[in-house]
Design a binder for this molecule. Sequence first.
Ligand code: SAH
Length: 223
Amino acid sequence: MAWRCSGPTNEALIENLTRNNLITQPRVQRAMLLVDRAHYSPSAPYEDSPQPLGHRATISAPHMHAAACEALLPFLHPGARVLDIGSGSGYLTHVLAELVRPGGRVVGVEHIEALVEMGVRNSGKSVEGRELVEGGGMRFVRGDGRLGWEGEGPYDAIHVGAAAKGFHQALIDQLRAPGRLFMPVEEGHMQHIYVIDKKEDGTVTRTKEMCVRYVPLTDAPTE
Ligand code: SAH
């Protein structure tokens, strides 16, 4: 899949992801076209593969970012509140912020200070990113994402960018009803994406999706 979707430019990458049905929604396509991965990936930005960020973190592969946006899309309306846990490079935080414009707010939660700063710095490389940060449509905070980010909830959508050891109740509690959580969860030696829906009446359902490989959602390293 990866070799078929890579391209020489951001436009070519997004076009190839669309041609291979990894992006099916025009809104996702538009948002991913608006955010140049070269502002966020320190190496090979248009390859459909994860790239190292330092601090044992990786920017996820474009097809995983696309899958997350496609899954969360019904909850990404103008004005929506969104949490991006393990924001790393800040790439997905920015794409999500484009998807909830105008009036939406996305909080990127990251537990390594240098990566919080990386997210802010990367966002500053584009006019759109700067506008979103200055206007409050996107912010990066330091915190343990397993606890969510209480101050700005409830959230219409929550994305977790690192593999969790379980279904953290704080994240489910901070979801709006209705709302949707997209997260990789460790299961033995495997990891699977789970899509967790909180319905309007508060009932919660879990759907197990594809097998994935993410960095773990952990305690903050002692530096
Ligand atoms: N979505 C990011 C993924 C970065 S990799 C991107 O595509 O750029 C996963 C990130 O989760 C790393 O940056 C790591 O530092 C962060 N992380 C791991 N455990 C965490 C925790 N408990 N709280 C917040 N961030 C965490």
